[in-house]
Design a protein around this ligand. Structure first.
Ligand code: ADP
Length: 160
C-alpha cells in the first residue's frame, strides 16, 4: 500500500521536541504524513494559526514525506478529505490515556475506516507539553531542553 497517508492533528502552540519526536516516528511508519493545525477547539492559543503553520513548516522541512496543513471541523472529516487511513496522536503519562482513548472511540464511531495510532515519545518528552513550555517561558524559566532555539526565541519575544 504505497500511498498510506496519516494525519497528525493538534494545536502545536507551540511545536515542542515532543511533537517532533512523534512526527519523526510517524514519518518512519507512513510514506506520507500530514501534520495539521486544528483550529476548531476551544483552546485560546498564544500563537496565531499562521505562526503555528510557519513553525511547523520550518521544523519539518527536513522530512520529505511530511506536509503541513490546517483545518477546522471534525478531524475524521479532514482525514477523509486528505485520504488519510490513520490519525496519529500521542500518549504521554497516564492523564493522556483517558482523553485520547475517548477521542479514538468517538472517531471510530464517526468513521470506522480511519484508525487511531497512539505513539509514545522518548522518555525525556513524557512529561512535556506546550502548556508546560509556555508556563516556564512566562516566568523566564529554561525551555531549551523542550523546544528548538527558533521556538525559544519566539516564546521570549511573545512572553517577554
Ligand atoms: P491538542 O490540543 O490536540 O491536544 P497538542 O498540540 O497539545 O494539541 O497535542 C497534539 C497531540 O500531540 C496530542 O495527541 C498530544 O498527546 C501529543 N503530544 C503533545 N506533546 C507530546 C509529547 N511531549 N510527547 C508525545 N505526544 C505529545
Amino acid at each position: 500500500m504505497p500511498n498510506r497517508v496519516a494525519l497528525y492533528p493538534g494545536s502545536f502552540d507551540p511545536i515542542t521536541l515532543g511533537h517532533m519526536d512523534l512526527i519523526k516516528r510517524a514519518a518512519r511508519i507512513f510514506p506520507r504524513l500530514i501534520v495539521a493545525v486544528a483550529t476548531n477547539n476551544a483552546k485560546s492559543c498564544l500563537f496565531s494559526v499562521e505562526e503555528r503553520l510557519d513553525m511547523l513548516r520550518s521544523h519539518t522541512r527536513d522530512w520529505p514525506n511530511v506536509e503541513v496543513a490546517h483545518f477546522s471541523g471534525l478531524t475524521v472529516d479532514f482525514a477523509r478529505e486528505v485520504g488519510a487511513v490513520a490519525i496519529i496522536r500521542g500518549l504521554r503519562v497516564i492523564s493522556d490515556f483517558e482523553f485520547e482513548l475517548s477521542m479514538a472511540i468517538n472517531n471510530e464511531k464517526l468513521n470506522p475506516n480511519i484508525d487511531t495510532v497512539l505513539l509514545t515519545p522518548s522518555e525525556p518528552y513524557l512529561y512535556l507539553s506546550s502548556g508546560l513550555v509556555k508556563e516556564l517561558a512566562s516566568y523566564g524559566g529554561p525551555v531549551s531542553h523542550y523546544v528548538t532555539p527558533e521556538v525559544e526565541t519566539l516564546l521570549r519575544e511573545r512572553l517577554g
